[in-house]
Ligand binder design. Structure first.
Ligand code: GLU
Length: 280
């Protein structure tokens, strides 16, 4: 076997030296802010929410965030020791929520996120902080869709992958032609241009879209599920779950919860219910 030449050896040494110099810089670059999971004493906290659901989780054209979920999450972050300026918002589409939490890309998620037994195998939930139910949205001039059963008549229904409303349609209304998009705003555009006949998801979400485009859409029928919104977090983080539940209790008892509800969902014509009791 040929001995290692002097040249390649010095290259290796140089390479190792370069690596040794480069590493401390890389460490500094990563250490600039505690933007991963965990949180508490870092510079920032990453929170997952929706970016396209008016009244709930919305990124406005000027980059600011608004909505009931955003206000609840901001209050909770405040109780955990973070100012609003220290919050880094991350879009959390329905199908990606468990992954974002499990991978530590967010500290917690407030994103119209229903507490379910299947999800509880992967993540923990604080809350619930709101209860709503699945409903249907159609164009304002529609007359033949009156409830989920009327969709079995060759209608095309839009919902979002990884959501509980899409799952319920698959489980209980197998005759309905379901199209699954990544976001509800994409479903709303498809409804507007006639590519689908109806959109299904939680009533508060549909009411937000209806309020955003007055006269264009209407909610039909009665809610046909119970959706209990929780704040999703790491499965084994019992301490953070308690902290978030304490924050929700404080928000509800202080009147800040009702204030946030009225501000964000009042314009959609929804009156604030009593906040639901927290799960054990
Ligand atoms: N609350 C339902 C869910 O968590 C529907 C809303 C959503 O997809 O965010 O799946």
């Amino acid at each position: 076997m040929a001995p290692i030449s002097q040249k390649s050896l010095s290259k290796r040494v140089l390479g190792a030296a370069a690596l040794a110099i480069a590493l401390p810089f890389a460490a500094v670059a990563c250490g600039g802010g505690d933007s991963g999971g965990g949180g508490g004493d870092g510079d920032s906290i990453v929170i997952g929410t929706k970016f396209d659901q008016p009244g709930l989780g919305m990124q406005n054209p000027d980059g600011t965030m608004s909505g009931f979920d955003v206000d609840v999450a901001t209050y909770v972050a405040g109780e955990l020791g973070y100012t609003p300026e220290q919050i880094e918002w991350k879009e959390a589409p329905s199908a990606q929520r468990e992954n974002l939490i499990q991978n530590g890309q967010v500290s917690f998620i407030a994103a119209t996120y229903s507490i379910t037994d299947a999800r509880k195998e992967k993540v923990a939930f604080a809350g619930p902080y709101l209860i709503t139910g699945q409903s249907l949205l159609v164009n304002a001039d529609n007359t033949d869709i009156t409830g989920a059963a009327s969709l079995e008549n060759n209608k095309i229904l839009c919902s979002v992958s990884g959501s509980t409303p899409a799952q319920k349609i698959k489980d209980e209304y197998a005759g309905v032609q379901l199209q699954q998009y990544d976001t509800y705003s994409a479903c709303i555009e498809a409804l507007r241009n006639g590519a689908v006949d109806a959109v299904t998801t939680d009533e508060v979400i549909l009411a937000g879209y209806a309020a955003q485009s007055p006269g264009d859409f209407k909610i039909v029928g009665e809610p046909f599920s119970e959706e209990r919104y929780g704040i999703g977090l790491k499965l084994d983080d019992a301490e953070m779950r308690t902290q978030i539940n304490d924050a929700l209790t404080k928000m509800e008892e202080s009147g800040a919860w009702k204030e946030a509800f009225d501000k964000n969902l009042g314009p959609a014509g929804i009156t604030a219910p009593a906040p639901p009791p927290l799960d054990n």
